[in-house]
Design a protein around this ligand. Structure first.
Ligand code: SAM
Length: 341
């Protein structure tokens, strides 16, 4: 398998849905636990996490990936909750990196534990790293995450760069009334270290019903602020059409910036993603209200071929779009930390 953007040869076994979308991308949540409490993702207090027994074991995750790789899954992203709070995550990375067909393993993290784990992960075979960073000021960081830790996150990012991760990507959720003043400092930090920065619109996946359309700081508003400071943004070549971000370069050539605008510019038509939650429920969309139980099947002596059929059923039922903008939109019962972002 070549770089993203290669033409995909569609075989009869591949995971193609009713709208001809070929699924090559799997997001695996390894835990619902987290060491911060971002208000757009989870509750602050009294969170009822899954017990250890309820989570898929590394063996079960590996089995699932071994079943979906022959169906065309090429790229994996580990997420959560916070994936780095799952003990020995590097061991899972090492196991997944050896599976034939898996060409790319990435991780999305809040960065708090990166300083101690970056080298282990790199050595285990992790290819790429996305770090969530919404603010460059401790006060805004804490307003969002309701816990301290910005310095440690920034240090973790620099340690990851030192141990050899290239193309580190920073993801910033943009929230109206909260993060406007963080946009330029985030862009300056990213530009000075050659990190790619992506702004993500706030989606209705919080646990405390704080989301409103008014709270969405839209990509075009952020772009206007960046252009006022740094000059015109130049559209960048789109290498991978299934990528949710629309990317730009700064006109001075320093750095790259992207906008993920699921609310104002949905990209469902190119979606190639499947998800499996920490307790083994397969989902075909972040906003799905239906799930397919892989753990139940695996723990009840289901065969690999039954597991493959379950994944196919999930793909076959995928809707054309998430429907956030439609009047009959139903917010999923799960918040983001219970799905895996
Ligand atoms: N804990 C890890 C992290 O912080 O990157 C991985 C899981 S987190 C759920 C994955 C990503 O989802 C983060 O970048 C986070 O900011 C984003 N996210 C969570 N809730 C969101 C929401 N309601 N709208 C937009 N992005 C959200």
């Amino acid at each position: 398998m070549g770089p993203p953007g290669d033409v995909i040869m569609i075989g009869s076994d591949m995971l193609v849905d009713a709208f001809s979308r070929v699924h090559t991308n799997l997001r695996i949540s390894v835990t619902d636990r987290c060491n911060i409490r971002c208000f757009y993702c989870m509750p602050d207090e009294n969170v009822r996490f899954k017990s250890r027994r309820e989570l898929l074991s590394f063996e079960e995750i590996e089995r699932f990936v071994r079943v979906v790789a022959p169906l065309g899954i090429r790229k994996i992203r580990l997420t959560g909750g916070e994936p780095l709070v799952r003990a020995d995550l590097h061991v899972l990375v090492h196991r997944l990196a050896r599976i034939p067909g898996i060409a790319d393993i990435a991780l999305t993290t809040n960065g708090l534990l990166l300083d101690e784990q970056a080298k282990l992960l790199k050595d285990a075979g992790l290819h790429r790293l996305n770090v969530s960073l919404d603010a460059m000021s401790e006060s805004v960081f804490q307003r969002i995450s309701r816990r301290p830790g910005l310095e440690r996150v920034l240090n973790g990012i620099l340690v990851a760069k030192e141990v050899g991760f290239t193309k580190i990507r920073l993801n910033a959720v943009a929230i109206k009334g909260i993060t406007e003043d963080e946009i330029i400092p985030l862009a300056s930090f990213a530009r000075s270290h050659d990190f790619e920065l992506r702004f993500i619109e706030f989606m209705p996946l919080d646990a405390e019903n704080q989301w409103t359309t008014e709270a969405v700081l839209r990509g075009d508003e952020i772009r206007a602020q960046l252009e006022a400071e740094f000059g015109p943004l130049v559209p960048a070549e789109r290498i991978d059409l299934s990528q949710p971000a629309v990317d730009f370069r700064f006109s001075d050539g320093l750095g790259r910036i992207g906008f993920i605008n699921p609310v104002s510019q949905p990209f469902c038509g190119d979606c190639n993603r499947l998800r499996i939650t920490a307790e083994g429920k397969i989902r075909n969309c972040l906003f799905s209200t239906v799930e397919w139980d892989a753990r139940g099947l695996m723990r009840n002596n289901g065969t690999d071929s039954e597991l493959a059929d379950l994944v196919r059923s999930c793909v076959a039922a995928k809707k054309p779009g998430h429907g956030i903008d439609s009047t009959d939109f139903i917010k999923p019962e799960r918040a983001m930390y219970q799905i895996g972002g």
